[in-house]
Design a protein around this ligand. Structure first.
Ligand code: ADP
Length: 426
């Protein structure tokens, strides 16, 4: 890094030349003037000593340079520590030159090279500013920026000046840059914001209708018993929708909160399905749909939460009655099968013969508030949370949901639940 030292032969030649000239001059003075030999010897000794001073100084400077170069930790240990850091990390000297970087940093900035200035490889203006400020103030700097290669990622950069003692008892600084991928956190944050916006919107719509009808009832419809009756009916429906939405939101957050606690109680799902189907008979009659149950006579026990299983089957059968009513029939059947890893499963299939669902909607049906047709869902009293709740109940039960549909031929929703262990069921 520094200038290369003058070779020893050059220095020797320079000193020898001085001493030769001094020796010849003194010899001439002794010979041709009255300078005594002893005095000439003393003067020669002084000149010799003087010619050695630059040598000494040079050596002192060389030692100091050596000591300085030890401040930049070009050591295997520091390199190994940087290499071992799980996140991208780059270590610089206080001028901003790269001393070490790890594999993750090389992936993030393939142009990084040792002994080159970091800003050549890390061109984002946020990085350069943070780096410059950290070097100037010897204080920690943080910044967030959007990285575009290989994909879009939100990265947080922390620039930490690290104090390093020098061999003269002073302090020098190295600059440690660490990068942290904030994309998953950002996504969760965006999902949370979307969720709050969606929930508020869903609540605000019926609320606006309610306040509108209250105004009308207090004003123009005050003395109109017929209009009052009709408006009160609509207000009741809107209030029921709000109550249902709040109910679904609370159920969803309860199930999510207990997602990691697997239910340990045993539940026979056959009577649960029968009870749910019985409860939905009035809706089936209203929609002129026949519910057919193909269930075994014997108990079918799984490790499960009775209330949650009721919600699960209620949502699936109710959806089939609401959206598949045109098929005139809903079949609920139970069979046994095995998951891909061989785990024996109980599969409850809810099949309707309605319009079905176009394939592009299938992967998104279990997202919160996702609906194929928002107007249709609202007119059916839907909240857009039913299938999301179904999915989370199944996750808690270590199960899964399969959705199949051929447009115009109906839809089949299958809840797969792991069978209870033999000894647990006993
Ligand atoms: P919602 O409260 O709107 O019913 P869900 O999460 O239960 O919400 O369902 C999401 C959407 O999936 C519904 O709005 C509907 O468009 C569609 N869907 C659900 N079940 C069926 C079905 N059996 N047939 C056709 N579409 C369905």
């Amino acid at each position: 890094m520094g200038s290369s030292p003058t070779p020893w032969s050059d220095r020797l030649r320079a000193s020898a030349l001085i001493l030769l000239v001094a020796g010849l001059s003194l010899g001439a003075l002794v010979t041709f003037s009255d300078l005594t030999l002893s005095r000439a010897a003393i003067v020669f000794a002084c000149i010799t000593a003087a010619s050695l001073v630059p040598w000494q100084l040079r050596q002192t400077y060389a030692a100091r340079d050596d000591a300085r170069s030890h401040v930049s930790p070009d050591t295997a240990i520091v390199g190994a520590v940087v290499a071992g850091m799980p996140d991208p990390a780059v270590l610089l000297d206080r001028a901003g030159r790269v001393l070490h970087f790890n594999g993750a940093a090389a992936q993030l900035a393939p142009a990084l090279r040792r002994n080159e200035f970091a800003q050549f490889a890390l061109r984002s203006p946020e990085i350069i500013t943070a780096l410059r400020e950290a070097i100037a103030t010897a204080g920690i700097r943080r910044t967030t920026y959007l990285d575009h290669v290989p994909g879009e990622r939100w990265m947080e950069l922390v620039v930490t000046p690290v104090a390093v003692p020098t061999s003269f008892g002073g302090t020098d600084y190295l600059i440690l840059m660490t990068f942290h991928d904030q994309t998953p956190l950002r996504r969760v944050e965006e999902m949370r914001a979307d969720f709050v916006a969606n929930a508020s919107h869903e609540l605000r719509t019926p609320l606006a209708a309610l306040s509108g009808f209250i105004d009308t009832l207090q004003g123009p419809a005050r003395d109109d018993p017929k209009a009052r009756e009709r408006f009160l009916g609509i207000m009741h429906a809107q209030a029921t929708r709000m109550a249902r939405l709040i109910d679904d939101l609370l159920s969803l957050s309860r199930v999510e909160l207990s997602a990691h606690v697997r239910p340990d109680a045993l539940a026979d799902i056959v009577p649960i399905i029968r009870q749910v189907a019985d409860g939905l008979e009035p809706l089936a009659a209203e929609r002129q749909v026949q519910i057919e149950l193909e269930l075994p006579e014997k108990p079918e026990t799984i490790a499960g939460d009775r209330e949650e299983l009721m919600r699960l089957f209620e949502n699936l059968i109710e959806n089939a009655l609401k959206y598949g009513a045109s098929g005139g029939k809903v079949v609920v059947s139970l069979k046994h099968d095995a998951a891909a890893d061989g785990t024996p499963e109980v599969r409850v299939q809810v099949r309707d013969f309605g319009p079905g669902i176009a394939p592009e909607h299938l992967p998104r049906l279990t997202e919160r508030f996702y609906r194929v047709d928002v107007g249709d869902s609202r007119s059916q009293g839907g909240t857009g949370l039913g299938l999301s709740l179904v999915k989370h109940i199944l996750i808690r039960h270590r199960g899964r949901l399969l959705i199949e549909s051929v447009p115009k031929q109906g839809a089949t929703f299958t809840a797969c639940l792991p069978q209870a262990q033999k000894n647990a069921a006993a």
